[in-house]
Unconditional design. Structure first.
Lengths: 444, 286
């Protein structure tokens, strides 16, 4: 085994003759083609190598001896790497089965008996490498994209399902604890946390939610923030208490929230979180026979809790913002990968991987020499090329289906024309009914 | 020229002139209604219809309240539709109008739908009030606590805007922090070019006090008349009381400069105190 520094492609030479293997190896090494070069004497050794190493280009002897042929080996190599490309070395190019050979990835023939020398050998190898390398790069890129998408799609549901991301204002659990502590310490009967979020880009721009001290959302119709007690407290920027909550709405500039109606006293503290985000703690109806009203100490406590709570909310908002940015970045990356994948698909579709003209000519010659004068070699090649494209796009099952269809057409035409098995190989009569029968077969 | 130093107990010509007047004479002059004075309430917007309705019910016709909404995103203010962003601004405007019902009131809503009071927005609104609306009095009940204005250059920008108003003879009344003097609040801490106001409770809302303490010079009545928490003492309600008093005085002499207004307010407080002391002295000659 020899390996060039920075080699990316792997070439496998399979020939039962030691001298041929050595010669090919030397030609390749001196040709400085930058590939890893492996050799094998027979099909078994070749498959062992292929089991450990992805083979990009196989240089195969048509007759490997011991009853093996290169085409059969290529079919087996194909199982290890469906993108393997082969150069077939033979003295009998016309004996090759062109359709199978092309389908299996034979891209060139080298005739041992005619023009095989170092230059023609290296030319043939380089020609294939020029085709393999960009295709391989694209495949790697595509595989990378697929791996990337799989990884991202695994993460995406986790990020999306984060409850904090769905709420305009995330409420950490600690806020609830702080709230309950405040309710207990001040002796309030209960309380509500009012959260208002304003975003001019949304519709409607304002969303208000109210939560109990237990963290449960209150499903009530809330008054607009602009007419709420919470709005006033947010403007005052400090906790405020009142003992005449029932009179607060008498001026008309304020509309009491459903959970404020029927209350007597209120201690409200604003949490200065961020522009567009107002959070107000509201504590109701102090339950103390000695101190029926919220005291200055209660206000001071609420002010400290509000400072602390605001800091927690700012952090939660910051984390949410980070999550949003991550989600946006993932979305953008997925869209970009879609575009790259689409570009790759179109590039592959546009570039028809046609066999070299020399190969086609050899195949043409082979067809002419093995079939009768009635067979149009060019037409046959076009059929083969169509089948090869089919194989490239949809794989061997499609080709098998195609073969069955052709056999079906043949059987149908044979039965219509009354051609028996014995007459096979003779020129067939071209009757007027054939096209319509052929059409029936196709539909079948 | 007589260069002889005057003794502290010597009366000046100003004392003689001012002796002819009393604070009550000035403040309760029938012309002291705020007429001809433009006042900007730089706050959270004003619910125009509510105040018009309230004063109409009292038999007082007020000038139509105009204004604009200022936001961090736009350099030009948005159209004022006569609505409040929160009730706070309406309570403040009501105090000014209660004391000086004939002022021409402008609402500079710096709170806006975003519900925040950025220094940059306050500065922009202040310039607008001075340069576009040509207001003579600006009330700033929305303050920025010291910890939220740590950056020196932002403080400098705010100070420059205040000084710009001062040199345009505009009187700015700014509410001190409610925890004054423990916590400083801006722009009230820029006391020299403006009039900073702390809260106190007075029997008469036209009463006030000169109490120089930690950059805050005056105290005014700290309760409002309309809206939530108006009954709770707050510097937010004290500043518009003094602004209303200044508007009454300005309707008597519109060209008063900030330092003159400060001097008059100082004198009024001293005079009222001295009258009170004299009365007490007469009542208790010992």
């Amino acid at each position: 085994m020899s390996e060039a520094a920075g080699a990316t492609e792997t070439i496998l030479i399979v020939d039962d003759e030691e001298s041929v293997r050595q010669t090919f190896r030397e030609w390749l090494e001196r040709g400085a083609i930058g590939c890893r070069i492996l050799t094998a004497a027979d099909a078994e050794a070749a498959l062992t190598v292929a089991n450990h190493q992805t083979i990009d280009l196989a240089i195969l002897d048509w007759n490997l001896g011991a009853g093996n042929d290169g085409l059969q080996l290529l079919e087996d190599l194909y199982l290890f790497n469906p993108n393997v490309v082969a150069i077939m070395v033979t003295g009998f190019a016309h004996q090759a089965t062109p359709l199978d050979a092309m389908r299996m990835g034979v891209r060139d023939y080298l005739d041992k008996n005619q023009d095989l020398d170092r230059d023609s050998f290296l030319r043939a190898v380089n020609r294939q490498l020029e085709r393999i390398r960009p295709a391989k790069r694209e495949r790697r890129l595509h595989e990378g994209l697929v791996a990337f998408r799989e990884a991202v799609e695994m993460v995406l549901p986790l990020v999306r399902s984060a409850a904090a991301l769905n709420d305009p204002v995330p409420l950490p659990v600690a806020i609830g604890s702080l709230f309950r502590f405040l309710v207990r310490t001040t002796g309030a009967r209960d309380g509500v946390l009012l959260v208002r979020h304003y975003d001019a880009a949304r519709q409607p721009p304002e969303s208000c939610r109210a939560y109990t001290a237990d963290g449960k959302s209150l499903e009530v119709d809330l008054a607009p923030f602009a007419h709420s007690l919470a709005g006033t407290v947010a403007s005052l920027q400090e906790p405020y208490a009142t003992e005449r909550l029932d009179q607060a709405a008498s001026s008309g500039s304020v509309e009491l929230q459903p959970f404020e109606r029927g209350r007597t006293s209120l201690l409200a503290a604003p949490l200065a979180v961020a522009p567009g985000v107002q959070v107000v703690l509201e504590l109701f109806d102090k339950q103390s026979p000695t101190e029926p009203a919220f005291t200055a100490a209660d206000r001071a406590l609420a002010a400290a809790a509000a400072e602390f709570g605001a800091e927690m909310l700012r952090q939660a908002l910051g984390e949410q913002q980070t999550h949003r940015l991550l989600l946006d970045a993932i979305g953008a990356a997925l869209r970009a990968s879609d575009r790259v994948a689409e570009t790759l698909r179109s590039a592959v579709a546009e570039r028809r991987d046609e066999p070299p003209a020399a190969v086609m000519e050899k195949l043409r010659e082979g067809l002419r020499s093995t079939t009768g004068p009635d067979l149009d070699a060019d037409e046959s090649l076009r059929l083969m090329e169509a089948v090869r494209e089919l194989a490239g796009r949809h794989g061997p099952p499609a080709v098998r289906h195609c073969t069955r269809l052709v056999q079906g057409v043949r059987d149908l035409l044979d039965s219509v024309a009354g051609v028996s098995e014995k007459e096979e190989g003779r020129p067939r009569a071209r009757g007027p009914s054939q096209p319509s029968d052929a059409g029936e077969a196709s539909r079948e | 020229m007589n260069d002889a130093p005057r003794h502290a107990n010597e009366r000046s010509v100003f004392d003689d002139v001012l002796a002819l007047l009393s604070p009550a004479q000035l403040l309760r002059d029938p012309r002291a209604t705020g007429e001809g004075v433009s006042v900007c309430v730089l706050d959270s917007g004003v619910e125009r219809a509510l105040l018009e309705q309230k004063f109409r019910a009292r038999g007082q016709e007020i000038h139509r309240i105009e204004g604009a909404i200022f936001s961090p995103q736009q350099s030009e203010p948005l159209r004022y539709e006569g609505r409040q962003s929160t009730p706070h601004g309406t309570t403040v405007a009501d105090i000014v109008l209660t004391l000086a019902p004939r002022v021409r009131l402008y609402s500079a809503d710096v709170f806006g739908p975003q519900g925040s009071c950025d220094v940059e927005v306050v500065i922009r609104a202040l310039h607008w009030a001075v340069d576009v609306w040509k207001c003579k009095v600006v009330n700033l009940s929305l303050g920025v606590p010291e910890q939220r204005l740590q950056q020196a250059h932002r403080r400098q920008q705010l100070l420059r805007a205040i000084e710009h108003a001062y040199f345009q003879d505009v009187l700015i009344f700014a509410a001190a922090h409610n925890e004054h003097p423990l916590t400083r609040s801006y722009p009230a801490a820029f006391a020299p070019p403006l009039i900073s106001v702390d809260k106190a409770l007075f029997a008469d809302p036209l009463d006030f006090a000169y109490e120089l303490r930690e950059q805050v010079e005056f105290q005014a009545h700290g309760k409002g008349y309309f809206g939530p928490f108006a009954n709770e003492p707050a510097t937010s309600w004290a500043a518009p009381h003094l602004a209303g008093i200044a508007a009454r005085l300005l309707s008597l002499r519109p060209s008063l400069k900030p330092f003159e207004m400060k001097a008059i307010l100082y004198w009024m407080f001293q005079a009222a105190n001295s009258n009170h002391a004299d009365t007490e002295k007469r009542a208790n000659p010992k």
